[in-house]
Design a binder for this molecule. Structure first.
Ligand SMILES: NC(=O)c1ccc[n+]([C@@H]2O[C@H](COP(=O)([O-])OP(=O)(O)OC[C@H]3O[C@@H](n4cnc5c(N)ncnc54)[C@H](OP(=O)(O)O)[C@@H]3O)[C@@H](O)[C@H]2O)c1
Length: 316
């Protein structure tokens, strides 16, 4: 087994220029852990937020850091007592650990097997690697926090990004009516994913446009954009409706609103459910661009724009 690997690393917080491609030792595979050869790694906005040091109060980093929290790959070695997956199993994971250090923008990752689930077999490695973080975020926001039910209406703000793209499909699979909000260039894209209605936040007042579509208001707002888009949308929330945000912590909101902030948790059982949905053809992952490991800096610059459509993925 290889003792070293190529990985993107940084040794201090800062901009994308802090990231370089280096050769590092592969950590020893401990009790309950497996070594996974990474086939593809999804890129998320949190990867640059962690690199900039924005989350250091809650998520400590141990340098050098390998960024990246999403991956799909193949189990190549098992540690003592790790028996859930055979060598050769094709798995995927949201690999956020308590200390930020061993990420997925690398050839291999050592990870407790409890993080892993079998990956969907009917989609590419790149698409599978694009699911875990955004799929779990949408799942936990819509269903655990938002309690979305069949027949309800959900308004998704930022519905063309990684989280929103899966959010549209999960809400449709539940039998909800979906209104997606993004800019003009993504209106057709949101409809192809299943949105019943779409709104362009640049050319319309979001709340007024949604009230014209559903005068009784929406049951749930799933906020993946925040800012002015969120403020405008609030007038379209039913008095009994819920607001779930993955950005806004609620400090500038009317305390009368039924509000929950979600920070996505690893959950291998829910990853198993997402696999079933993908294999049933109810979940697809539009990968808008792939990058090599050597292009990690470009990938991190793209995700920092806040205007990525679907998912971008690194193939090491
Ligand atoms: N709390 C958590 O657990 C958690 C988990 C995942 C993500 N997040 C955060 O949630 C946000 C979304 O994540 P993501 O992965 O979906 O990001 P992303 O892939 O970068 O997508 C962002 C999307 O938002 C749209 N957008 C940008 N500005 C907007 C605005 N003012 N109004 C409405 N839509 C707008 C963009 O569409 P256009 O290009 O058409 O504008 C883009 O498609 C990020 O800030 C991320 O850090 C939090």
């Amino acid at each position: 087994m290889a003792k070293q690997m190529r990985a993107a690393t940084y040794t201090e917080f800062g901009g994308p220029e802090k990231v370089s491609i280096t050769t590092v030792d592969i950590p020893a595979v401990g009790e309950g852990e497996v070594l996974v050869r990474i086939k593809a790694a999804g890129v998320n906005p949190v990867d640059y937020a962690v690199r900039e040091g924005y989350l250091k109060e809650n998520l400590p980093s141990s340098f050098p850091v390998i960024p990246g929290w999403d991956m799909a790959g193949e189990v190549v070695e098992r540690g003592f007592s790790a028996r859930r997956f055979d060598v050769g199993a094709e798995v995927y994971a949201y690999a956020r650990r308590p200390v930020v250090q061993h990420g997925t923008f690398a050839e291999y990752v050592v990870i407790p097997e409890s993080y892993l689930a079998l990956r969907p077999q009917n989609i590419s490695w790149e698409a599978a690697a694009g699911i875990p973080l955004v799929g779990l975020t949408a799942y936990q926001s819509l269903f655990d926090a938002g309690k979305l039910q069949q027949g309800q209406t959900v308004l998704i703000l930022g519905a063309s990004g990684g989280v929103g793209s899966l959010g549209i499909q999960l809400a449709k699979a539940k039998g909800a009516t979906v209104i997606g909000v993004a800019s003009q260039k993504n209106q057709q894209y949101m409809r192809e994913l299943g949105a019943d209605y779409t709104v362009d936040y640049k050319s319309a007042h979001v709340g007024e446009a949604v009230q014209q579509l559903v005068p009784e208001g929406v049951d749930l707002i799933f906020d993946c954009a925040s800012g002015e888009t969120l403020q405008q949308s609030l007038q379209a929330l039913k008095p009994s409706g819920k607001l779930v945000s993955i950005l806004n912590h609620g400090t500038d909101l009317d305390p009368a609103i039924d509000f929950t902030y979600v920070f996505v948790e690893p959950n291998s059982r829910q990853l198993g459910h997402l696999r079933e949905l993908a294999e049933a053809g109810k979940l697809r992952v539009p990968v808008s661009q792939t990058y090599t490991l050597d292009e990690t800096v470009e990938a991190m610059k793209q995700i920092q724009t806040s205007h990525t459509t679907g998912k971008i993925v690194i193939v090491p």
